[in-house]
Design a protein around this ligand. Structure first.
Ligand code: UDP
Length: 238
């Protein structure tokens, strides 16, 4: 699988369909991460996070900013592979073989709501368990996951907490595949709406989220810095 370096993070150069096939082909216990520009920026200042991301089984480009940076750097990434797009495609396929999923993360009650929605939308999927993402000791959570041995474990603690949790617990947790997916349980639960299709198509989902969730606005302000860093890197290569 060829990987494309964007400011140190090595992304798998895959279309959404190829990414689904790649996720299914990963060895038992692999980790999937879907970095956006904000996480790439964080990883540049955090070597441990950089190593955690680059040692994951699959690294997909979540966010149009990553694609812009690839273009600026003259490197080829086929397009965005969002975490939510990837997990819903996996759900469709898992439903056919009665695969199981454990939902870990978000505020109390959200994972249960998400479970109801997932069961309704993808009959055939087994919900192996749920747990909220606010804890001081995760030993019981790990026991609960291990008793269920899910095919898929969604770890939705926000970045970089979820990436660090997956890496540090990967030896202790028994799940076929672990995916770090930020706020997707909130989306499944209907707590946060996805942007209208047109915004998604234009790659402007970030703009919709910034306006509808003003708390996210300061994150958007980091995007120019990220693109400048890509430009500087390109300048340095010449
Ligand atoms: N979250 C959590 N535990 C924490 C911090 C956050 O479970 O200690 C959850 C939070 O409730 C939300 C998700 O992690 O559901 C983060 O969502 P966000 O959209 O901010 O994700 P990001 O953009 O960081 O991927």
């Amino acid at each position: 699988m060829s990987r494309v370096d964007i400011l140190g993070v090595k992304f798998d150069a895959l279309t959404p369909e190829e990414a689904v096939a790649a996720a299914e082909a990963l060895p038992y216990g692999s980790r999937v991460v879907t970095p956006n520009p904000e996480i790439v920026t964080a990883a540049r200042n955090d070597p441990e996070l950089m190593e955690i991301i680059n040692s994951s089984g699959l690294v997909t480009a979540d966010g149009i900013g990553i694609i812009y940076a690839a273009k600026l750097l003259g490197r080829k990434l086929p397009g965005r592979v969002t975490g939510i797009g990837l997990v819903t495609a996996l759900f469709e396929r898992m439903a056919k073989r009665e695969g199981s999923v454990y939902l870990f993360g978000a505020k109390p009650g959200v994972a249960e709501k998400a479970a109801e929605k997932i069961s309704a939308d993808y009959p055939g999927i087994r919900i192996a368990g749920t747990h909220d993402g606010y804890f001081s000791d995760d030993a019981e959570i790990i026991d609960d996951i291990n008793a269920a041995r899910p095919d898929l474990l969604l770890v939705c603690l926000g970045a970089p907490k979820q990436e660090k949790w997956m890496a540090s617990r990967s030896g202790a947790v028994h799940a076929g595949l672990m995916m770090g997916l930020g706020g997707v349980l909130d989306v499944f639960a209907g707590e946060v709406k996805r942007a209208p299709k047109l915004f998604q198509k234009l790659g402007l989902e970030w703009l919709y989220r910034a306006v509808t969730q003003p708390s996210r606005f300061k994150r958007i302000l980091k995007l120019p810095g990220f693109l400048f860093a890509a430009m500087r890197e390109r300048g340095g290569e010449k």
